[in-house]
Design a protein around this ligand. Structure first.
Ligand SMILES: Nc1ncnc2c1ncn2[C@@H]1O[C@H](COP(=O)(O)OP(=O)(O)OP(=O)(O)O)[C@@H](O)[C@H]1O
Ligand SMILES: [Mg+2]
Length: 257
């Protein structure tokens, strides 16, 4: 069963302007005919500005596909994706690339840093490519918050996994994007570095009002979020507010995950 998101029983839906990003009727089909895979089978979902949301669900339920479509990294088969007042599905490729660099941050499980660039150059690269100059005071504050001041001259191979992921988060936060998407950002980290990364995402929401949407398999990671959205078989399968590791685990068991 799909549950309408941002709706409290008996109350009208929250105004759309409070959604940093939302999708309506989102479908993604791979292949065709009998072998077609409906990775997203008609998803309506909204993510409020200034909130930290975790997306969870069984392997293959469409979490990465949803996130890639929301972030403009992949194109949907049908439906709309709105980033504030912009429908991403109607943009030309060059417009989408520009929007992604300025208004969307993405954090990957495998960090995706350029090995030949040091941490500082990795952090500023997307803004440079967009022809934008990072605000020095903001850059200093992001770097300080992420504990990277002493590491800016290091290349990725000279950094630990946790440090590399912190560089990737700094890169995502630097343009002050409308949304930061993170697909299993702690998947390649030990539990201590993972907790550090989750704490940093949490504090960027609390302290600077950053909107964060994160895919995770880990109920403990999901408990850092304000809300958990559940996917199953390419459809919304429910949601939880103020999740705890226990309530998330119960909800996942309910999905047969
Ligand atoms: N490029 C592709 N071609 C064909 N099928 C694909 C492709 N990408 C994803 N799929 C299929 O779409 C479905 C959803 O995949 P997706 O990667 O979104 O799942 P997920 O929830 O992120 O899973 P996981 O937890 O394992 O990362 C799966 O059945 C997958 O096999
Ligand atoms: Mg995935």
């Amino acid at each position: 069963m799909s549950v309408p998101v941002m709706t409290v029983p008996g109350e009208p839906p929250a105004p759309l302007s409070t959604a940093a990003v939302r999708a309506t009727g989102l479908r993604k089909t791979y292949g065709s005919g009998e072998t077609a895979v409906h990775a997203l089978a008609g998803v309506d979902v909204a993510f409020a500005a200034g909130e930290f949301t975790a997306i969870m669900g069984p392997s293959g339920s469409g979490k990465s596909t949803l996130m890639h479509c929301l972030a403009g990294l992949d194109t949907a088969t049908a439906g709309e994706v709105w980033l504030g007042g912009t429908d991403l599905t109607r943009l030309r490729d060059d417009e989408l690339t520009k929007l992604r660099r300025q208004r969307i941050g993405f954090v990957f499980q495998s960090f995706n840093l350029l090995p030949v660039l040091d941490a500082r150059d990795n952090i500023v690269l997307p803004m440079q490519l967009a022809g934008l100059r990072p605000d020095t005071a903001w850059m200093d504050s992001v770097v300080a918050r992420l504990g990277l001041r002493e590491r800016l001259g290091h290349r990725p191979h000279e950094l630990s996994g946790g440090q590399q992921q912190r560089v990737a988060i700094a890169r995502a936060l630097l343009p002050r994007p409308d949304v930061v998407f993170a697909d299993e950002p702690t998947g390649n980290l030990d539990s201590r570095s993972g907790a550090e990364v989750l704490g940093l995402l949490r504090s960027s929401v609390k302290e600077t009002g950053q909107t964060v949407v994160m895919v995770t398999h880990d109920p403990v990671a999901a408990a850092y979020a304000d809300r958990v959205v559940l996917l199953a078989d390419g459809l919304l399968a429910g949601e939880l507010s103020d999740p705890t590791a226990e309530s998330v685990l119960d909800a996942l068991r309910g999905l047969g995950a």
